[in-house]
Design a protein around this ligand. Structure first.
Ligand SMILES: *[C@@H]1O[C@H](CO)[C@@H](O)[C@H](O)[C@H]1NC(C)=O
Ligand SMILES: *[C@@H]1O[C@H](CO)[C@@H](O)[C@H](O)[C@H]1NC(C)=O
Length: 379
């Protein structure tokens, strides 16, 4: 072989080495699903426990704690109250000002959503402060959306580096230092870049891209309200409210009008599900969507109201709580170069067990109707 042909295998070898290195790098970033010991089933050593209180900073495998943190087994009581554990045999309770954290290997610049379960214990208005620097948000833990006592929450961030630290902190100061939310089941999901398509100016119009839902949890995942400059786990949809959430539901446990995921508007008129979209002033558009029920026993008269520019439409739906949906249509003329599409549930509905519920919204599309007959009628 001559010199010239030797160069090719060398180049191949180099390319192969590069691929191996890239693969190793990709493999070191965290996978979607449960975080390492995200369900706290790996227990601290007995020597690190005083009763239920965890003593050592690094006693819980894969986590680091500070303050009054308890390791709670299922069946554990506080007074007469049974402390609920959502999955497996163990959960963690964060007392006053306590926090728990884990370092995550991530891809710099990528966006991630975190899903976790939490339950309120003794204080009335418990909160959790979730941080991946520089993002930090205080989520209200209300536990009014499931009868199990647990809700799952979601939160999103953009990775500022290749290793970030997830911190969950109870900012509460209750009289009893042990009082505070129980937490369990932490998962992560890499968020894709939302894209619009030829048939839909909205991105993620079918709500298929959203926070991780554990296959064995039946209660969906709450998407809490956020500031407009926060990252949304349901991007580019945002939840606007002072304290109330929407619920992200999956087809294995709910009636979903289209695809595998939908949004249940569980907080009535206090919460708006919105997306901003670029439009041309004066141009006509048609918004279409499904409104129905999640097949989760939420019975009653429901109304979804949609708004865009100066237009609005009310879509009534009579729910038997067994699933089903109807289609809503809103034709409107844009008045600005950006239009906000808004969905609101116009009523408050409760299941027989006292938990809040509401209509589902799904399969939302927005198209320009330049050639639509409606334009001729309006002009
Ligand atoms: C365990 O907790 C009890 C009650 O708070 C305390 O009196 C005791 O000193 C603690 N034991 C250890 C080894 O820290
Ligand atoms: C939330 O936690 C972060 C990180 O621990 C902290 O910097 C921030 O001040 C906390 N916010 C509140 C409102 O407690």
């Amino acid at each position: 072989m001559g010199r010239g042909s030797d160069a090719v295998p060398d180049a191949r070898r180099a390319a192969l080495l590069l691929i191996v290195c890239l693969a190793a790098r990709a493999a070191s970033a965290i996978q979607d699903g449960l975080l390492p010991n995200g369900n706290f089933e790996e227990a601290p050593p007995k020597s690190q426990l005083n009763g239920t209180r965890v003593m050592g900073r690094n006693a819980i495998p894969h986590w680091e704690i500070s303050g009054y943190v308890e390791y709670i087994g299922s069946g554990q009581k506080q007074g007469d109250m049974l402390l609920p554990v959502p999955e497996g045999a163990y959960a963690v309770r964060l007392g006053n000002e306590a926090s728990i954290q884990q370092r995550l290997a991530v891809t710099p610049g990528a966006r991630y959503s975190i899903t976790f379960s939490a339950a309120r214990t003794c204080a009335q208005a418990e909160q959790l402060n979730v941080t991946v620097a520089p993002e930090s948000d205080v989520l209200p833990i209300q536990t009014v959306y499931t009868s199990s006592g647990w809700d799952s929450y979601s939160w999103a961030f953009q990775a500022a580096g290749s290793v970030v630290t997830l911190i969950v902190h109870n900012p509460g100061v209750a009289e009893d230092a042990a009082c505070g939310p129980l937490i369990d089941l932490f998962a992560i999901k890499t968020m894709p870049t939302p894209r619009s398509s030829k048939n839909n100016m909205l991105k993620n119009g079918d709500f298929e891209d959203g926070p991780y839902i554990f296959p064995n949890t039946q209660w969906g995942v709450l998407v809490p309200p956020m500031d407009e400059d926060d990252y949304s786990p349901l991007a580019p949809w945002m939840v606007l409210s002072s304290t109330k959430s929407v619920k992200y539901v999956d087809a294995p446990h709910h009636a979903v009008p289209h695809g595998a995921r939908a949004v249940e508007l569980v907080s009535g008129m206090e919460t708006a599900l919105v997306q901003n979209v670029a439009t041309v002033p004066g141009q006509l558009y048609r918004l279409q969507f499904s409104a129905g029920d999640a097949g989760n026993g939420c019975v009653g008269s429901m109304t979804v109201q949609a708004y865009a520019a100066r237009g609005s439409v009310k879509v009534p739906y009579q729910s038997q709580g067994k699933g089903g949906h109807t289609r809503g249509v809103l034709d409107f003329a844009a008045v600005a170069d950006q239009t906000r599409v808004v969905f609101v549930s116009m009523g408050y509905i409760m299941k027989p067990d006292g938990t809040l519920c509401g209509p589902v919204v799904d399969d939302v599309s927005l198209v320009s109707t330049r050639n639509h007959p409606a334009r001729r009628l309006l002009l």
